[in-house]
Design a protein around this ligand. Structure first.
Ligand code: F6P
Length: 780
């Protein structure tokens, strides 16, 4: 036992000893008093017994005035060790008879007086005595009365009658006080008994104290060890990241520690001050410093570069995908490997033996690893479960989700295929894996199973619905469990995070910490955070190469044969029912109805990139859009003027960019959208600070871009009015709004999106490493 332990034990023992000494100190006089009272009561009842036993002899002696003969009786009686002396007093208080030791100083009156007190003790030179006085009662003889004989009765007969009557009269006479017996009980034995009792009491308290002390020391030692071990376990991270607690009584301590760690993180973030602009270089630096060059693997369904066969040989295409727009610059900045479905007709022709190809073509910044799917797999996983099930489920755009068992099976199998690809590509046991979108809800848990140390960042690019809407999915629990394999789960907005957390709360047994936005499920914690996605902000060199706005406008007017003074509104989307294309066509129609002066001057160009055409829902939607466009053109068109131009084919980035620069208005009327990057691309393209953005309030971007004209696309009138307002907006107001929009998009660019996620991942990894180190050193 070392000095610290002794000191700890003393902390328990000293108060215990002090309490026991105080108890003994207070208990001894109390015990004396109590025993004295008990013994006095005892002696008094003994005295009553003695008086009772002697009463007949005493009465007889007193009645016959022969008290002298009581001496021998008194001497015999006073031989009892507890009887000190005996005295007999007359009712008038005269001492009639006494034993030798009866104190001469004690008169009968004094004895009687003393005996009436509660503490009837008397101090004599030989010690204390208890004075007890007992009345001696008896019947005195009554003198017979002279009786005159009744007339006719003889005197002798009268005497006989009187004699017969006398005894009956004597018995009925009340007893009278004949004298008082004074008994002096020896109390010295009580002192002796008290001392004995005190000795026993102190002995008992000492023994009890010793036993309690031993038990206290043992229990304290064991508890202390338990607490220390529990606290060390918490410090090592056991019970801190997992819901399992080493000891339940340490739960408050673990909670405090967890809260403190978070506070420190928050303090750290704040101490960093206002954020400097995020650039590709800064992201690279973050990867070098905070992730110490760890391997980054991206997984998405859509590949960033598609190799297609054409008449002129193999051509490389960029898909119309917000995901690709955002993630590709991040990948260029941090190298690594991007795993995606190889969907191009010439994809297999350009890969190496491990199905990999370096991209972007000619720059070779990172590896693209292609995963091949059979048409059946693609049908079940991509078209079926992802796009007929999850897509309408999450967008709540009034299209029924379709859930087929076979699609779910394919979805699961393809997720497993991608998980295997990640594991094959991982160089170490803890890569940083960026899982993209609703095609891979099961992937995080599958990767976690094989690479428990991996940092898995899952980003859900589409909205997350409320729990009731999500609840109709037959595999809701499996999907949630799969996603909770992630270290960090990202959504565009806080609103979607909240919906997700509420959904987990509804359908899984998980511990949710709303304050820190974390979910602990099966001993694993996931941070649910909002990371609004964005685009790469063009740098000066790139901007310098742009054609002037007037030139772009001229080219577009020529290309589409538009009136020279046209007010040009554009929409650029995948041809998807969630984008609100029908609603914006209706608004254009209403504008022309309401303000006929726009007929001949207002043109709406819709670029609609073909997408998911194999699905009935998409085909019928595209046909409806086609019909609506034709109807409007028939209604308001004239020779040389067509109000709606529907360009339903793929357009390369440059063509779209030219259109943005040429436009007066960009129309984004999604019925529901995670973010929508088209509006941000439009803003980035307008370095002339002109052009008006009309934005649906149901797109995630509306939360950031409040200087746009925000509309409810379901409200035709409101959207038509907004179109009119945009078309007539003064140049100064356009400039003000656009300048503000640009500064937002510039600051909240895609490197910030990735940087914040990766910085959170870096902190998470650092914490995990420190905990692993503490755990190791604890085990040594
Ligand atoms: O909007 C979410 C999203 O994943 C986008 O990132 C992407 O543009 C689209 O959905 C998917 O399109 P596709 O099915 O053609 O890959």
């Amino acid at each position: 036992m070392n000095l610290k332990t002794v000191r700890l034990q003393l902390r328990f023992l000293l108060p215990l000893v002090a309490t026991l000494v105080a108890a003994a100190y207070l208990a001894a006089p109390l015990m004396d008093q109590v025993t004295l009272r008990w013994f006095s009561r005892d002696l008094n009842s003994r005295g009553a017994l003695v008086a009772n036993a002697l009463s007949d002899s005493l009465a007889e002696a007193l009645l016959s005035n022969k008290v002298a003969r009581l001496q021998s009786l008194f001497d015999r009686t006073s031989q009892d060790e507890r009887l000190f002396a005996i005295g007999l007093c007359s009712p008038e208080g005269k001492l009639l008879q006494k034993t030798d030791r009866f104190p001469s100083s004690l008169s009968c009156v004094a004895a009687l007086e003393l005996s009436r007190h509660a503490e009837s003790t008397l101090a004599l030179t030989g010690g204390q005595v208890l004075v007890g006085v007992h009345d001696v009662m008896g019947h005195r003889a009554v003198a017979p009365q002279a009786v005159d004989p009744a007339p006719g009765v003889l005197p002798d007969e009268a005497i006989i009658a009187l004699e017969a009557q006398q005894p009956a009269e004597l018995v009925q006479a009340p007893p009278v006080l004949l004298g008082r017996l004074v008994l002096l009980h020896d109390l010295s034995f009580i002192d002796r008994r008290s001392q004995d009792t005190r000795r026993y009491l102190i002995g008992l308290i000492a023994a009890l104290g010793f036993v309690i002390a031993v038990i206290t020391v043992v229990v304290a030692q064991l508890s202390w060890r338990g607490w220390v071990n529990g606290a060390r376990a918490i410090m090592r991270g056991e019970g801190l990241l997992s819901p399992l607690m080493p000891a339940p009584e340490l739960a408050p301590f673990a909670a405090d520690l967890r809260a403190r760690l978070r506070d420190l993180e928050d303090e750290y973030r704040r101490s960093q001050g206002p954020e400097a602009e995020w650039t590709a270089d800064r992201l690279r630096a973050l990867l070098r410093t905070q992730l110490s060059g760890d391997q980054v693997i991206v997984v998405s369904n859509r590949e960033p570069y598609i190799h297609e066969r054409s008449e002129s040989g193999v051509v490389v295409k960029r898909p119309a995908s917000g995901l690709v727009t955002a993630v590709e610059p991040v990948m260029r900045a941090c190298s690594g490997t991007w795993i995606a479905h190889g969907s191009g007709s010439a994809d297999r022709d350009v890969v190496d033996a491990r199905d990999r190809v370096l991209v972007p073509p000619g720059q070779d910044d990172y590896w693209l690893r292609r995963v091949w799917l059979t048409p059946e797999e693609e049908q079940g996983y991509y078209y079926g479960f992802a796009n007929e099930g999850l897509w309408p489920l999450c967008h709540v755009a009034h299209v029924r989700p379709v859930f087929r068992e076979s699609d779910w099976e394919a979805y699961r199998a393809v997720n497993q295929r991608f998980a295997d690809a990640v594991i094959a590509e991982a160089r170490g046991e803890d890569p940083v894996v960026l899982v993209q979108d609703y095609h891979f809800a099961l992937l995080p848990a599958m990767i976690r199973e094989k690479l428990p140390q991996a940092t898995i960042l899952t980003f859900w690019h589409i909205p997350w619905p409320n729990p009731e809407s999500f609840g109709i999915c037959p595999w809701r629990r499996e999907i949630l469990q799969g996603m909770l394999g992630s270290t960090i789960l990202g959504f565009h907005t806080r609103f979607h995070c909240k919906n997700f957390i509420e959904t987990v709360d509804r359908y899984l047994e998980a511990r949710i910490e709303h304050e820190h936005s974390t979910i602990a499920f099966q001993e694993k914690e996931t941070l649910v955070e909002s990371y609004p996605i964005s685009i790469e902000w063009p740098d000066e060199a790139e901007v310098a190469g742009w054609a002037p706005v007037e030139a772009c406008r001229r080219r577009v007017i020529e290309w589409l044969e538009l009136p020279v003074d046209v007010c040009l509104a554009v929409g650029v989307d995948r041809f998807d029912y969630t984008k609100g294309i029908l609603e914006r066509l209706n608004a254009v129609e209403r504008l022309l109805e309401k303000w006929p002066s726009w007929i001949g001057r207002f043109v709406f160009v819709q670029v609609a990139a073909p997408t998911r055409g194999a699905l009935d829902e998409y085909r019928s939607f595209q046909e409806r859009v086609q019909r609506t466009s034709e109807r409007i053109n028939e209604r308001f068109g004239r020779p040389g003027y067509q109000p709606v131009h529907l360009l339903a084919q793929h357009h390369e980035h440059d063509a779209v960019f030219e259109l943005f620069r040429a436009a007066n208005i960009c129309v984004v009327t999604s019925l529901h959208d995670g973010m929508n990057l088209v509006c941000k691309e439009f803003v980035a393209a307008r370095d002339d600070l002109q052009g008006v953005l009309l934005l649906s309030r149901f797109a995630g971007a509306a939360r950031e871009l409040s200087e746009a004209l925000i509309v409810n696309p379901y409200h035709v009138e409101e959207t038509a009015d907004a179109l009119h307002r945009a078309a007539t907006m003064p140049v100064g107001e356009q400039r003000e709004r656009m300048a503000s929009l640009r500064s937002t998009v510039r600051e909240f660019n895609v490197f910030r999106w990735a940087g914040r996620m990766l910085a959170d991942a870096g902190r998470w990894r650092l914490r995990a490493r420190i905990e692993a180190r503490v755990r190791r050193s604890g085990a040594d």
